[in-house]
Design a protein around this ligand. Structure first.
Ligand SMILES: [Fe+2]
Ligand SMILES: [Fe+2]
Length: 157
């Protein structure tokens, strides 16, 4: 199957996602900087990170933009896309760890898990902040941004 990708439109859409994600990270920092974070607030944030950041936003980058760049402009190995995909994996791991630690804290009454959870969420927030900065300030500013149409084979039929 072949799809046509309007790179400028895709990048605009991804940058709008970044604004939403950065707003959610501000909320996260506020929640984890309180003396005793509310588990319900933390649960809602982790669910949002899993659904929107991992399964929606990072999926859009990995299924649409990045394959287009790799198949049409430069190979995956050693490219900025290699770094971005690796960082998505780190984010996915931190989200999953946070979810498991939340369960151990709330359902198991494990206070140590609660403290570890805050540390993992801070790592996640810092990681996503720097990841978005790299995409907004470097990758998405590259000259290919202004190529109107690229045609790629869709890998996932
Ligand atoms: Fe990304
Ligand atoms: Fe992104």
């Amino acid at each position: 199957m072949v799809i046509r990708v309007n790179v400028a439109e895709v990048v605009d859409n991804l940058v709008k996602d970044h604004d939403v994600i950065l707003s959610s990270l501000k909320v996260l920092y506020k929640v984890i900087n309180t003396d005793r974070p509310d588990p319900n607030d933390v649960k809602l944030l982790i669910e949002f990170f899993d659904a929107f950041i991992d399964k929606c936003h990072h999926a859009k980058e990995e299924f649409i933009l990045f394959p287009t760049l790799n198949l049409r402009l430069f190979p995956f190995e050693g490219s900025p896309v290699y770094v971005m995909v690796s960082e998505h994996g780190i984010a996915r791991y931190l989200i999953r760890m946070s979810s498991e630690l939340l369960r151990a804290w709330v359902e198991g009454g494990d206070e140590g898990a609660g403290q570890a959870l805050i540390n993992y969420l801070r790592l996640l927030a810092d990681h996503l902040t720097q990841h978005i900065k790299k995409e907004n300030d470097v990758l998405f500013q590259a000259p290919w941004r202004w190529i109107t149409w690229l045609v790629v084979s869709r890998l996932m039929a």
